[in-house]
Every structure is written in structure tokens, then in C-alpha cells.
Design a protein around this ligand. Structure first.
Ligand code: GLN
Ligand code: ZN
Length: 775
């Protein structure tokens, strides 16, 4: 018996229909019923695709208007009390209130916000879903949290699938991962203590689903791929021993990471089937196949759910046959994880050339791979011969393409001297040389790079891309923006200026478009959170830099001012992390290739007289492997890649790096090992708490180089008072010696408008001046 299924499917729609409908609904242009209709239509369309591919069951429960974890908060009736819901509001209203927050206003008939209390409530916190770029809404738990089942929405979706007609497999996050991914809102509260209250709600649900005719329920427990404390392992045992009472087939799903020491546990839990990620942990597959009792189903996640390459069907079939053999002829075949993390389809993408397009598979193409695998495993190979041959040809084309491998890149990598990642001198000597050259005041002020991306800038870029604005005219327009930004910074009295990044659409795409080895899709959208989608570049080949990428803009900006102009680059790890990356060589090698391209740019900027160069690495933390045992190796190559990019320069050239959204305290020595002369970080929202680690609190590691802790939040138009920033700076100066401190906002200002930007920066510069007068 061979079965195929998917753990989940993209829900945003091939043309981002859900995004469009959501945003229209939030603007009040369409009502809830019309939004619901779009949702229903998308579900039906996506189930049909699954049926056409011959999946045995379609995934139900993976659809969400914002986030699948937020769905569970409503499903199990644990909406945080702080939202002040009365229960009179429509569920969808409450849902969006949790997802997006509510503002203070008089509530009443038709205000639509979902809340009833006057003050407004902040949205649920959002955080990254494991090591993906998807963000989920964080459930909030405390001692008073209760659970009660509200299954209407889910049951309606089940009914919709049955009516299609299709056999539904309901897919939900399991109880232990649900608690794990939530946040304890009370000091010292152990959210695991809620398990016994939560389980009955799951039991009720499973019973209801059984009564509806649902015979398989997939419960995701991706935390099995993490280093779990014994209490959480025990909780998994307890939870599934409890759920066993219910007459329902449970498929326990794990993904993203090796099971490692949880492997035996995963194989022992009393469920009807186990799904494992054979892409992220291929080395564990045979062990699982042998350990898992033969009366359980084994679902092999072998089509990559996290990347966009066409599968090697020959190799995949060989592996599956081996596993089937061990399993007495029975096996389920699936994508490694939910297909939420790949674009809907790439088969007809208008921006890709034929060659590259032929190497790629989006969700729809991955469904087709499952169809082919099933046929071939059935012994019905004749019907898929052509498909298998095509896949083989695509693979060969990718292996042999002269666009993938470039001799010069390989040679350069091989010849890289071991000290290519070292600056000439250590930081103390560099610091002296830089002070001599830059002559900055104490508490130097700067910004993180971008200035407001005004509608005019966007329109000019769009016209240039369409071809309706000539190259020269576009350049003049951008130069005018640069000049404008420089004049304003001078007027504000900032010390280290930036050119403002007017010419950049996106900090990764801008560089990817100019480097060899990248391709761009027209429609390869992946959901990031809510209605927000990203379109990651496809890094398919050896990376090199044909010509300088930023030197003209930067030297132009420098020519306008006597103050130091900071060159602005995106770092190798961020480019790697925010792209779909090739799977035919280690990520470390790809990172090093990107690093060398950035290194060339750094050298050229220095050669053109630029004295300060910032290499942004906001994504270095998110690349951290889920398993602790894999972290040292990652940090080693990631920080080396950064240093390779940053190190071709003389002592007197100052290298900055910038990171945001990061909790770094656990990797501070590694961040320091990047050896940037100055690091700017986001700290204002944590009230400088994040900085404590940098100061070596409690005898810990002390960050040795200079630091610019962000003194104001750039996510809102609010203009903080001078005193507010002064207070934060004083707090920073308690943990970091004053001579090490810089003054800057949390992050780039591209999403802001000029009025609030100028007002806030004025206060920021004044705050620095007050401090200077004191020393
Ligand atoms: N230099 C970039 C900017 O200012 C940095 C953005 C980021 O860290 N995400 O926009
Ligand atoms: Zn940032």
C-alpha cells in the first residue's frame, strides 16, 4: 500500500488573492462574508489540486486568515483576557484584533475592531516559526488560562472538503508543541501545567472529527526536532497516552530538524502513524523505518518542502523502495513539511528563463512529484516514464549548466589564504587609526542606512523597471534624492552620514540582481505573516560580482559633503538566509562565495575613498540551527564569511555591522568574533535590556568593540522626546563605557515619512549633545 499526502498547502493563492481580500477587508472595502467566500474558494481550489495529484487525503485545517497557530487560540478558546472580549463580537473580528491589535477609541456598533475595552490592546507577539521566515502569533498563557472547544469553523471546513468531494485529513499543531510555542505571561508560571486542561479539548475535537467521518488527524509536534528538557519529553508521553483513548487515527508529524535523542520517543508514542522529515534528517530515515512498529504507518517526507528544486526522482524512488521493503510494503510518501514555505507554482513564472524554470518546483509541481512517485511505487511505471525521464533531464541540465559552476569562483575559493578573514591589526590599533582619520565627537551619531522610500522614489523605480523612465533620468532622480538626504542629515548635525538607499527596492534583491548566480521570480511569493509575503531570490549558481554595485551612488553622496559617508552593503549570511539556496553544495560554501563578492565591493569602496562601510547582517541569528549541537559549526562559518567580506581594508577604514530583531546574549562571543569595529542593534523596545549582555553583566562576556544601541523604535511614526532618548542613552552608559557608545535609531527609516524622521533625529542629535556636554 502506497499513500501520498501533504502536511499543509500554501493558502495565500497563486495571485495572492487572500492577501488582496484581507487588505480590502481591513480597509473596510469588503465585508466578512465576502472575505469568507474568498477563503472558501481558495480552499476548494487547493484541495482540487491535491485531488488531481492523486493524494489520498486532502489537508484540512491548514487554512488560516492570518496564521494557523492563531487559529488554534480560537479553536481551543484561549484568547487572552487582556483583549477584553465579551464574547458578543464575531469570532473573525476577535481574531483580527488579536493578530493586529486594537487602538484606543470609543468602541461600539460597527467599529469593527473586535475589542470592547476603551484602551486598545497590543497585538499578540509575532515570532519566527522554527528556522523559517514564516511568523506565527504567540499564544499567551497564565495560571487562569482555560480551554474550551470552538470547532465550528474547523468543522465547516471539514464539511466543505467532504462536499467537494474529498477525504479530509485534518492537520493541526499538537497539544505539546502548542503549549511550547506559547509564552508564559506570569512570572514563574509553567505553561506545561496547562496540559491536563488542554488535553480534554483535543479529545473532544478528535471525537467530533471522528463523528464527521474524519479518519486521520495529523498532529504536528515539531518540537521533537529541538533539544527538549525531560519535562517536555514526558509531556509528549503523557499527552499521547491520553489521546490514545480516543477512537481516531493520529499521524504524529515532525519536521525541520533531526529527531536525534527524541527518535526513540517519537517511535514509541502510541499513535497510528509517524511522519519524519527525510530531507533535513536523511540519516535517520532507515533507523526510524526499523524502529517504528510495523502496525504503524510511516510517512516519509522526502520531497523538499523548504526549497524549490525539482526532486531527484531516481534517487528518491530508490530510497522509498528501500524503506517500503523494511516496512512490509506499506509506506506513505509526502513533502518534508507543509508546503506553506514554498511558492504556489513556478512552472509558468514569467521572470525566469526556460533553463532555470526547468530546474524548479513550487507547491503545485511538488504535488506532481508525489503523483509520479506514487505511480512508480505502485509498479505503474509505464504511465510515468516520460515524467521520470523529464525529471532526469532537468537534473542533468542543472548539473551540466555552465551557469551553475564557474571555474574562476572555485579557483578563488581554493586559493583563499587562511588569513583572508583577518583585519591587518586587532581592534585597539584600528580604533586609534580610525579616530585619527574620522575625528568624530564622543557619542557619534549616525543612522542605519535607509531614509523614507517616498511614493515618488517608488514611482521612479517602477517606471525605470518598466522602461518608461530612461536610465539617465532615473539616475538623476535618485541623485536628487541622495542630495536631499545628505542636506537634511547635515542640517540635523549627524556625524556619519548615509546616502539613504533610495535606489534599493530590497536589501537582498538589490544585490542579488547585480550578482551572477541569482534568478528572480515574478510570482514566487511565500507568506511571511498575515497578508505579508516575500519573494526570495533563487540562488542557483556560483556567485560572483561582475562590476561594482554601490560605488557610484556612494561616491556621489560623499562628493556632496565633508562628513564621512557610510557605504552600505548587505552581508553574506543575510543574502543567503533570505534566498532559496542551491542544494548541490554546502551552505557554508555558498556563503563564502557571496562573502567574496561583497569583499570586492568593500575593497572598491575603500579604494574610492569611503572611510566607513556598514555590512548589514540582520539575519545572522535566524540562521542558527535548531539543534544546539549544530550551532558551533554554523557560527564558525557564518562569522568567517562576514569577516572575509569585511577584511580587505586598512586599519583606518571603519567597518560597521547592523542587526535587528535579535536576542543575542547566548551568542555574544560569536557576534564579537565578527570583529566589526562598530555594531548597531535594536534595543529601544527592550528598554536597553538587550544591552545588558553586551556589558558583561554577571561576570559574563563583555563586548569589546563599539556599539550603537538603537535609541528609538522606527516601527511607528511616533516621535520620542529628547529626554526619552537621553534616558535610554544613560541606561546604556551604565553598562557600556561611554567611549564605546554610538547614537542611532533601531533600524533603517525606509518605512517612515520625512516629517517624523526629521523630528526624531533632531531629538536624537540633541540627546547626544547633552551627553557630550556632560563628559
Ligand atoms: N541598511 C538597511 C536599512 O537601513 C538595514 C535594514 C535591516 O537591518 N533590516 O534599511
Ligand atoms: Zn535593522
Amino acid at each position: 500500500m502506497i499513500r501520498t499526502h501533504v502536511l499543509g498547502f500554501p493558502r495565500i493563492g497563486a495571485q495572492r488573492e487572500l492577501k488582496v481580500a484581507l487588505e480590502r477587508h481591513w480597509r473596510g472595502e469588503i465585508d466578512a462574508a465576502s472575505l469568507e467566500a474568498t477563503g472558501a474558494e481558495l480552499r476548494a481550489r487547493h484541495w482540487r489540486l491535491q485531488l488531481e495529484a492523486g493524494l489520498d487525503r486532502v489537508a484540512v485545517g491548514d487554512f488560516a486568515f492570518y496564521d494557523q497557530v492563531a487559529n488554534l487560540i480560537q479553536l481551543f478558546g484561549c484568547e487572552p483576557r487582556r483583549f477584553g472580549f465579551t464574547g458578543q463580537e464575531a469570532p473573525l473580528q476577535r481574531y483580527f484584533a488579536m493578530a493586529r491589535g486594537t487602538t484606543a477609541h470609543a468602541h461600539g456598533e460597527g467599529c469593527g475592531c473586535g475589542a470592547t475595552s476603551g484602551e486598545g490592546a497590543a497585538a499578540l507577539e509575532m515570532t519566527k516559526w522554527f528556522d523559517t521566515n514564516y511568523h506565527y502569533l504567540v499564544p499567551e498563557f497564565d495560571g487562569a488560562t482555560t480551554f474550551s472547544l470552538n470547532a465550528e469553523r474547523l468543522l465547516a471546513e471539514v464539511d466543505q472538503a467532504i462536499a467537494l468531494p474529498a477525504s479530509p485529513k485534518v492537520a493541526l499543531l499538537g497539544p505539546v508543541s502548542f503549549l511550547y510555542l506559547g509564552k508564559s505571561k506570569e512570572e514563574g508560571f509553567d505553561r506545561l501545567s496547562l496540559l491536563d486542561k488542554l488535553l480534554p479539548a483535543y479529545e473532544q475535537l478528535l471525537t467530533k472529527l471522528a463523528a464527521r467521518g474524519v479518519t486521520w488527524v495529523q498532529l504536528d509536534e515539531p518540537i521533537l526536532g529541538l533539544d527538549l528538557e525531560p519535562a517536555w519529553q514526558e509531556a509528549l508521553r503523557r499527552a499521547y497516552a491520553g489521546l490514545r483513548k480516543v477512537d481516531q487515527h493520529l499521524l504524529l508529524a515532525t519536521y525541520f530538524s533531526p529527531l536525534a535523542e527524541n527518535l526513540a520517543l517519537a517511535c514509541e508514542l502510541p499513535v497510528a502513524g509517524l511522519h519524519v522529515d527525510a530531507v533535513r534528517a536523511p540519516e535517520e530515515l532507515l533507523e526510524v523505518a526499523m524502529r517504528l512498529p510495523l502496525d504503524r504507518e510511516l510517512s516519509v517526507g522526502i520531497v523538499d518542502g523548504r526549497n524549490i528544486w525539482r526532486a531527484d526522482l531516481d534517487a528518491t524512488l530508490a530510497r522509498l523502495r528501500e524503506v517500503r521493503e523494511l516496512r512490509g510494503g506499506r509506506i506513505w510518501v509526502a513533502a518534508s513539511c507543509s508546503l506553506l514555505h514554498v511558492p504556489m507554482s513556478l512552472r509558468e513564472d514569467a521572470s525566469l528563463d526556460n533553463e532555470v524554470r526547468g530546474w524548479l518546483a513550487g507547491a503545485v509541481e511538488k504535488l506532481d512529484e508525489l503523483r509520479i512517485l506514487k505511480r512508480a511505487l505502485w509498479g505503474d511505471e509505464a504511465s510515468v516514464v516520460q515524467a521520470l525521464l523529464d525529471a532526469r533531464a532537468a537534473r542533468r541540465s542543472r548539473e551540466k549548466s555552465p551557469r551553475v559552476r564557474q571555474l574562476a569562483v572555485a579557483q578563488r575559493l581554493a586559493a583563499l589564504p587562511p588569513d583572508a578573514d583577518r583585519r591587518v591589526s586587532a581592534f585597539p590599533a584600528r580604533r586609534v587609526a580610525q579616530r585619527e582619520r574620522l575625528r568624530l565627537p564622543a557619542f557619534p551619531t549616525t543612522t542605519i542606512g535607509s531614509f523614507p522610500q517616498t511614493p515618488e522614489i517608488r514611482a521612479a523605480r517602477a517606471a525605470f523597471k518598466r522602461g518608461t523612465l530612461a536610465g539617465d533620468a532615473y539616475r538623476d532622480a535618485m541623485r536628487a534624492e541622495i542630495e536631499h538626504a545628505v542636506r537634511r542629515q547635515e542640517a540635523l548635525g549627524l556625524d556619519v552620514l548615509v546616502h539613504g538607499e533610495a535606489e534599493r527596492n530590497d536589501m537582498v534583491e538589490y544585490f542579488g540582481e547585480q550578482l551572477d548566480g541569482f534568478a528572480f521570480t515574478a510570482n514566487g511569493w511565500v507568506q511571511s505573516y498575515g497578508s505579508r509575503c516575500v519573494k526570495p531570490p533563487v540562488l542557483f549558481g556560483d556567485v560572483s560580482r561582475p562590476t561594482p554595485m554601490t560605488v557610484d551612488w556612494t561616491t556621489y553622496a560623499q562628493s556632496l559633503t565633508g562628513r564621512p559617508m557610510k557605504g552600505m552593503l548587505t552581508g553574506p549570511i543575510t543574502i543567503l538566509q533570505w534566498s532559496f539556496v542551491r542544494d548541490d553544495q554546502p551552505r557554508a560554501d555558498t556563503a563564502l562565495q557571496i562573502a567574496l563578492a561583497i569583499r570586492d565591493e568593500v575593497a572598491d569602496l575603500e579604494g574610492a575613498g569611503i572611510a566607513v562601510i556598514q555590512i548589514d547582517e540582520p539575519a545572522i541569528r535566524e540562521g542558527l540551527p535548531l539543534r544546539r549541537s549544530a550551532r558551533a559549526a554554523y557560527l564558525d562559518w557564518a562569522t568567517r564569511a562576514f569577516r572575509v567580506a569585511a577584511s580587505p581594508v586598512r586599519d583606518e577604514t571603519q567597518i560597521h555591522t547592523h542587526m535587528c530583531y535579535s536576542e543575542f546574549n547566548d551568542i555574544l562571543p560569536e557576534i564579537a568574533a565578527m570583529d566589526a569595529d562598530v555594531i548597531t542593534i535594536e534595543t529601544s523596545r527592550s528598554d536597553m535590556e538587550l544591552l545588558r549582555g553586551f556589558g558583561g553583566e554577571g561576570g559574563g562576556f563583555r563586548y569589546p568593540n563599539e556599539i550603537g544601541p538603537g535609541v528609538y523604535d522606527i516601527h511607528s511614526p511616533r516621535v520620542p522626546a529628547r529626554e526619552e532618548m537621553l534616558r535610554l542613552l544613560r541606561k546604556a552608559a551604565e553598562v557600556i563605557p561611554a567611549e564605546q557608545l554610538w547614537v542611532n535609531p533601531d533600524c533603517g527609516l525606509k518605512t517612515r515619512g520625512w516629517p517624523e524622521t526629521e523630528a526624531a533625529l533632531r531629538h536624537m542629535v540633541e540627546a547626544a549633545q547633552v551627553l557630550r556636554a556632560e563628559v
